[in-house]
Design a protein around this ligand. Structure first.
Ligand code: GDP
Ligand code: MG
Length: 163
């Protein structure tokens, strides 16, 4: 079984943009792997000689009757259940938000390994764009740009170190 990286984060932080970048290689789509749930996007990627499976949780839409917070909680729990490693994305331009704090708290409770990834960091000073995210208590925030590709491979190499 390939190591599974799950992309988690509030809407609009860039999960799908990162997913697309991470699965750009040929034969990336794994839509018909047996046993996989339909409401999440699965893809394959490779960094160096190491292949991985990546999951984008963005296919789930908030359910009106339950509200977005409930839906985010459910989405996060389900996705994290399948994860070898969670990439928790936040938006370095928007800064730290209440939704980020809620997700961070959920992730800490799961006991899973989490990498805190600060997206949209292109053209920004690394120390400055990551500074406020240290308080989430999920380790050193790693700046990337999903749109431009900056630092993406380096972060995936870190993620796959133990595999
Ligand atoms: P998701 O809701 O978390 O899946 O986020 P999307 O991948 O749909 O991206 C939300 C918005 O952020 C889109 O307009 C993207 O073009 C933009 N975006 C994603 N990654 C980056 C990035 O690295 N830099 C900048 N400036 N914008 C980004
Ligand atoms: Mg998305």
């Amino acid at each position: 079984m390939l190591p599974t990286l799950v992309l988690v984060g509030r809407p609009n932080v860039g999960k799908s943009t990162l997913f697309n970048r991470l699965t750009r290689s040929r034969d990336a789509l794994v839509a018909d792997l047996p046993g996989l749930t339909r409401d999440r996007h699965y893809g394959r990627g490779r960094v160096g000689s190491k292949p991985y499976l990546v999951v984008d949780t963005g296919g789930l839409e908030p359910v009106a009757k339950d509200g977005i917070l409930h839906e985010m909680a459910r989405q996060t729990r389900q996705a994290v259940d399948e994860a070898d490693l969670v990439l928790f994305l936040v938006d370095g331009r928007a800064g730290l938000t209440p939704q980020d704090r809620i997700i961070a708290q959920q992730l800490r409770k799961t006991g899973r390994t989490v990498l805190l990834v600060v997206n949209k960091a292109e053209g920004m000073q690394q120390a400055r764009v990551t500074a406020e995210f240290h308080e989430l208590g999920l380790g050193t925030p790693l700046p990337i740009s999903s749109a431009h590709g900056d630092n993406v491979e380096e972060v995936i190499e870190i993620a796959l170190e133990e595999f």
